[in-house]
Design a protein around this ligand. Sequence first.
Ligand code: 5AD
Ligand code: SF4
Length: 446
Amino acid sequence: MKKLYVKTWGCQMNVYDSERMADVVAPLGYAAAEDAVDADLVIFNTCHIREKATEKLFSELGRMRLHQKAKAARGERMLLAVAGCVAQAEGEEIRRRAPYIDMVFGPQTYHRLPEMIAKINRGAGAVLDVEFPPEPKFDALPEARKTGVSAFLSVQEGCDKFCTFCVVPYTRGAEYSRPVAAIVAEAERLVQNGAREITLLGQNVNAFHGEGLDGKAWNLGRLFYRLAEIPGLKRLRYTTSHPRDMDDELIAAHRDVPQLMPFLHLPVQSGSDALLQAMNRKHSADDYRRIIEKLRAARPDIALSSDFIVGFPGETDHDFAATIKLVREVGYAQAFSFKYSRRPGTPGAIMPNQIEDGIKNARLGELQKLLREQQEDFNRRMIGCTLSVLFENEGSEPCMLFGRSPYMQAVRVPAPTRLVGEEMAVQIEKAGFNNLSGSLIMANAA
Ligand code: 5AD
Ligand code: SF4
């Protein structure tokens, strides 16, 4: 057996891709290792969405170069690969600055890993593969070998929206949706292998329009109705969505499909229409409010999450106040917030009126304080309630299981290991910022 070490940065799409890379090289005899030091193949799966990714990568590579040299001194070889969005965006630069790297490839070509490795073994030199190949990589990927209780399934990739701050359309390429038949088959396999919850992934997952079982394009709502028919599949989730694509059928699925969990990550980025326009978001703050209203009418307990950017070029105090106002009105169960980071090649990077860092810091601090209060408050409201918890694995403490509530909250409960994979009623007793704890309701535990 050869040792494979994969380190992953960034979003859940990257987590999914890393697992699939392991699947792709498994037939070549590579098995996952905990530690990079002695590995035969090291893959860094990178993220380019915010600053410093490249510098962080080079410092990691520098360290790995020492292990590579130590291994070479013993007459063995460590193949080093850089994958993901930094590789896609800066492939040439990486090759130039770190010539000891064997493979550089983007998110759309990792199914070709066996060919790349064969080429290197033939002594044909290092490989740079940052194409957007015409054949979808999904058709070439082997079946997933293992899964946890909660599994990811990539259904859509890429983005055609070109928000002016974002690199994704350049690194992940044009929007693509997988055919429904392939998704259903993969979901069924995941469930056979033990998955009880599936999270559908895509950069623009709710823009999904894959070929349906009737040959016509299906939207994401329709796909959920079909996936809900799979026996043994208890929970469905999806991420990440765009407000523009939150259509009525998807909202109706939140009302009609019990497996579809009452939690939605729907990034709004800003509460100011001027900023939303400068960001090319293609919706207003009121459009977003109306969507939230419809969602709450369909599923009154739906918990909401979002992404926010502060300090986008031109953001005034007035614009920022509109974001704070929107956050107060909506009330979030959790959210991510970031300082705007200039990404080379995106329109935002060359806009006038860039905001100075001091102002960005102050705004981020204020926004995060409010979001933190909302999250704490949301969690605290669960105390005394009974929540259905899907147990995913043994927690870090003995005799405790880790699971999630329908609202994505992490829950720790004293419970026997045999309940991993089961959904159980849990009485919530304590709530912190990041997790809940409670105890099994005994009638259920029998
Ligand atoms: N600067 C700061 N945040 C960004 N995001 C994307 N691009 C940038 C950027 N240039 C954030 C957005 C997006 C999330 C995944 O990352 O909020 O929704
Ligand atoms: Fe980036 Fe906007 Fe596309 Fe999301 S919708 S991936 S933020 S360009």
